[in-house]
Design a protein around this ligand. Sequence first.
Ligand SMILES: [Zn+2]
Length: 241
Amino acid sequence: MNRHLVRNIILILIVIGLAFACGPNLFYRNSGTSESIGTQSNGSIRNAYQIKYKTSNSRYFSFISYYLIGTGYVHSKLYYTLIDSYNECETACPGIKFRIMECSLKEGGKTLIHRTHRNGLSVDFMVPKVKNQKQVKSYDRIGLWHYLLNFDPTGRLKINHKVSIDFETMGKHILALDNAARKNGLAISKVIFKIDLKDDFFKTKSGKEIKRRGIYFARNLSKPIDIVHDDHYHIDFKIIN
Ligand SMILES: [Zn+2]
């Protein structure tokens, strides 16, 4: 066989392999209601909903994570909570584009990089970033690599000190999530965010309102968990009714 033919056969096999791997996540249809079994760290989910890849002001952060790995699934109540929260952000945070990071697998259970996220009731949200009072989106487009970004204790991006976490917008988004969760029979049970960033976060107007509402932020985190929760905030939800 000549080299071109071999190369073309390999390319075709790769395309077929990708189509098989992505197919179930490309053509998934949401219907009915979901059932979460067990806990975030030892559980699963039945009839999960696949979150929207994109809304007018939000989008999932990674094509690979969504279509290939298939980590864009949540409980149906959380699906509607996410939609409602971003609707509220259209007026609470006009012009801001948000990014959702990993959720759960279609059947739940263990994922590649998370200890929890197993029952469709956990979502990672990318921190919004700002430079000279304007949103910076260039670092939002690096997909799974975003999990490797590091921020200093004041929220400045280590590889570019001019860019920092927009704590106020992050707070407004969490308030919108809290409102939407209540509407959809859920509540925020825990937010995980790097311990030494919390003082700056709670200084903001929305941070103070979050404190007033009693939304729980993890107070002690083991070092391996703490150091990775600067580029995103992880939120666990619980079903109320
Ligand atoms: Zn997480």
